[in-house]
Every structure is written in C-alpha cells, then in structure tokens.
Design a protein around this ligand. Sequence first.
Ligand code: NDP
Length: 345
Amino acid sequence: MNRYWTLSDKPVGAWPDAQTFEMREEAMPKPGPGQALTRTIYVSLDPYQWGYKRRGVEPTGAPCHARTVSQVVESHIDGLAAGDLVFNTNGWSAYGLMGEGVARPSYMVPRKLDPSLGRISWAVGVLGMLGLTAYAGMILQGDPKAGDTAVVSAASGGVGQIAGQLAKLRGARVVGIAGREEKCRFVVEELGYDACVSHLSPTFADDLRAACPDGVDVYFENVGGAVFDAVLPLFNPGARMTICGLIAHYGDAAGVDGRAELMKRGEAIFAARGVTVKDLFVGDFVADHHDAFLREMAGWVADGKVRYLEDMREGLENVPAAFGDMLRGGNFGKMLVRVGEDPTL
Ligand code: NDP
C-alpha cells in the first residue's frame, strides 16, 4: 500500500491546523509505458504550497503537492533504471509515479540526480529550485555590486540564507532580517552577513536603520507586511527590490491582494527615488539558467563559499506539523522531511 497526505474536507482556514490534512492509503500505483514508480526519500516543504491549498489548485483527494527527491523502484522510462535517484514531484506521499501523463507544474522537470554534486537532499534546496530562486532574484535581478548595501528578509530560511551569501560573493555589504536571536546570530556568525536584525524586536525599524547607515541599494523581499514597511524609507535612489515572496500575506483573507497593498504603500518612495521593483517567479528561469546555475552553485558549495543549513524532520506522519511550523517561523534553515531511507548516507 501507498500512504499519502491530502487536504481533508474541512474548510481551509487562514493557516493550517490539525484538521487541515488527513492521511490516506491506496493501492501501490502501477507505472504504465513511459512511467516509473519511485519511492520518496525527501519531501520539500515550501510556503507556496499553502497558496496552492488556499486557492484550491490541488484536485480533491490527491496527494498534497511537493517537490521531492526519490529513488526509482520500477522503470518503463528509457535511460532510467531501478535504484536511480531523481528529482521529481511525488508530493506528501511515500510513493509516486513520474513520466508521461503524470501531472506536475511544467517547470518542475523530473531529472536524474548526480550524487557527486553534493547531498541528494540539496536537489530540493541549494542545488535545486530554491538555490535558483536566490540566484535569479539576487544575481540576475538585484545585481548587487561592491559598495552596495543588500538587505534580505527571512534571512536564515531556505531562499534567504543563499540570497545573502550570493550578495556577499558580489562584494556587497549584506544585512539580514530574521526572527529569533539564534537565527540572527547564525546569519552573521555562520553565513558571514555583516549584520542581522530581528523583526520581533520592538525597536526593529530603528535597529534596521542603524544597521544600514548608507541606506539600501538591493532588497530581496521574502516577507512583506511590517518588514517591508521598515525597509521602505531606507531605499537609496536607483535601488532594486525583488519580490520573491510575501509570506506574511499568505493567510490574508480571500480578495486581499498583499502585493498590491505593498506597492501602494511604496509608490511615492519608489517614484521619488527611482526604485525598480521586479517580481520573481523561479519557473521563468529554469529553461535558460538552470544548468549554468547548477554548475556555478555546486562549485560555490564545494568550495565552502556558500553554506547551507537544512531543518530536517523525520517521517511522513510529521509532514503537516513541519509544514505548519515553517509557516510560523518554526523552521531554522530549509524545511524538509526525510520520509524514506537515503541510500547515499
Ligand atoms: P523559509 O525557509 O524562509 O521559511 C519561511 C520563513 O519566513 C520563516 O522561517 C520565518 O522566518 C519567516 N516568516 C514567516 N512569517 C513571517 C512574518 N509574518 N513576518 C516575518 N517573517 C516571517 O521559506 P522559503 O525559503 O522556502 O521561502 C522564502 C520565500 O521565498 C517565501 O516567501 C516563498 O514564498 C518565496 N519563494 C518564492 C519563489 C519564487 O519563485 N518567487 C520560489 C521559492 C520560494 P523568521 O523566523 O526569520 O521570521
């Protein structure tokens, strides 16, 4: 039998709770021509998955969507054999099919993994779409230079920890924004950011201003809300802001457009100071940039120029709790769950 998590029939609220998901069992899926059966090793938990659920993107009763690292059990795909390790999209599920006719977002193209590039779990992290998100938003859109001040929100999280280190590699002064003190310490002491301030502090806006005495030239936005409001007055003329995500708004009521409200609050300063605002969607960068990104990032990680922290939880049964924890800032590093044995460890 296969086991997987799906949305329960309870109404989806602003944020997930114990009633939101239910585990189901089904007969083991059988791979047809052009398909492979894979067993899931790592499930990636990402904030956008909550958007899928709130917008009703997932078919009723289907496994909750997620990017995964898996191992091939039975293959009817040329060039793919039992035992191969792959990036695919099994979701919150112990097993899943990949290949012809299996539904997935178009840009999440399954691929065979090369374990010599690094740990296989990194394929849903620093050496996968997460790393590409940071690379596209910071290097290609933000384009920081020596002398610039770059600010990154959710700075210890999956995307944020990488984005800030890339700005450092470009020679910028980098300031992080994170929650708990231990996250701020990690960002400075382990990742090499120049400073990090806590958005939980009552003096947050003043702390950020003090940490950015020369203003802000590049802002990598993961959060929105009060965090954006504190960055806004600090923008220098010609600054660049990348909207990677707005996690503080993912529980907003239906019809509330967090991005539009943020743009409205910013419009006077954006116009007066010539701030460029770019939206980021990682899927737009996969076809043209993924391979070059992977070579470059794998080199940086191997050389210790980019460090990467995972928050690894254990067991399929713990996936919903880990997911809720991440949305509340309970993760420390990139959140993922090991649901099956990793043969490379
Ligand atoms: P993270 O690992 O950064 O986890 C989310 C973090 O957000 C939490 O740990 C918490 O960190 C912070 N957070 C949550 N709620 C709030 C709040 N109300 N105010 C301030 N901080 C909050 O997740 P990811 O790295 O996976 O994702 C980061 C962002 O990147 C998300 O917005 C996501 O949607 C976006 N994203 C966008 C992509 C794209 O294509 N544009 C692709 C992938 C991700 P702390 O405790 O430090 O506050």
